[in-house]
Design a protein around this ligand. Structure first.
Ligand SMILES: C[S@@+](CC[C@H](N)C(=O)[O-])C[C@H]1O[C@@H](n2cnc3c(N)ncnc32)[C@H](O)[C@@H]1O
Length: 318
């Protein structure tokens, strides 16, 4: 599948807002290259990620945000332009220092897109007991027999493990998941959280996503990771197609507006004392979520932060 790539120049502060705007107008995948991120990782490497010195010359300040769209002919950039412009105007009007927001479109072959990712994508250590490894690096690492290895390749679905929200969720899963739990993962992307839950000992995991591409990718990853007997991937708009069942643990790495949509009914899908992990939440939105828990029949257990992101861990009220 060929793709259109739009590349926008912006600031570190506005990179997430631009990325959400691209997702909203239909990007299959979004990639942020943030100079500040690279500097931080060079100074204090947290997860064993690689930072390439050559990239600093390419991006001398601020950030690039790249959005990938399915190639549907040459007119696509023109069709998307007004919607993109409108979203960029909103960002400018919000008062966020967003830089030039200049952009350009380029047709890329998906092969070359994946090759670009391959060069920049390496194993990520989640914790002492869990590592995410791309398939082409599998043989290069040796792990103890009880170490959990998640084999996930970069692609057009979200959830390769390099994003803070995924890492926060994985770490919370390690502390919260007990063996034989039934788990629901809403917005599964690559299926990374569902696969991790299965490998941590869950009895059954339902992994749901609205995006057909994500569903396909998640199914492939479930096979690759040999957890087909425990993970069921379904296409569902949030909870619409999800079997109403008493899940012991629910993960939801979703934007805050989607979290708000499921909050009022989520308790119906939880077993007694069932735990929920909300990720995808920017630091400044944490209060908005924690304040809504009471009405949702949930109680706060803890909030954990990584950079500007948070995971909110809560439990169904008895
Ligand atoms: C931030 S990604 C999380 C991916 C993965 N769970 C992780 O933690 O890395 C959010 C996912 O939610 C999915 N999503 C967005 N809107 C949705 C909806 N209405 N119903 C179900 N999934 C949705 C997106 O397709 C995307 O795969």
């Amino acid at each position: 599948m060929d793709l259109w790539r739009v590349s926008l120049s912006t600031t570190s502060e506005a990179a997430d807002a631009v990325s959400v705007a691209l997702e909203d107008i239909g990007a299959l995948a979004v990639e942020i290259e943030d100079r500040a991120d690279w500097v931080r990782k060079l100074q204090a490497p947290q997860f064993g990620e690689w930072v390439w010195e050559k990239d600093f010359a390419r991006l001398t300040e601020g950030a690039f945000v790249h959005g990938y769209f399915e190639y549907l002919g040459t007119s696509l950039p023109n069709e998307l332009q007004p919607r993109l412009q409108a979203r960029l105007e909103q960002i400018r009007a919000s008062g966020l220092e967003a830089g030039s927001l200049q952009y350009e479109w380029e047709k890329v072959e998906s092969e070359s897109y994946l090759d670009v990712w391959k060069a920049d994508y390496h194993a990520v250590s989640v914790s002492d007991q869990m590592t995410i490894v791309p398939s082409w690096e599998k043989e290069q690492h040796t792990f103890g027999s009880d170490h959990i290895v998640l084999v996930i390749d970069p692609g057009v679905a979200f959830g390769t493990g390099t994003h803070q929200t995924t890492l926060l969720c994985l770490r919370a899963l390690i502390t919260q998941l007990q063996s034989q739990m039934d788990v629901l993962d809403i917005g599964t992307g690559t299926g990374i959280l569902a696969i991790a839950a299965a490998k941590l000992g869950a009895r059954h995991v339902v992994a749901a996503d609205l995006d057909e591409v994500a569903v396909r990718v998640a199914r492939d990853n479930v096979l690759t990771n040999d957890v087909l007997d425990r993970v069921q991937v379904i296409r569902s708009d949030l909870l619409q197609e999800v079997p109403e069942h008493g899940y012991h643990l629910i993960t939801a790495n979703l934007l805050v507006n989607l979290v708000q949509r499921i909050l009022p009914v989520l308790y119906r899908y939880l077993a007694q004392n069932g735990v929920v992990l909300f990720s995808g939440i920017v630091k400044s939105q944490v209060e908005q979520i924690t304040e809504a828990l009471e009405n949702a029949k949930l109680e706060l257990l803890y909030v954990e932060y990584l950079d500007d992101w948070a995971v909110v861990c809560c439990r169904k009220k008895g």
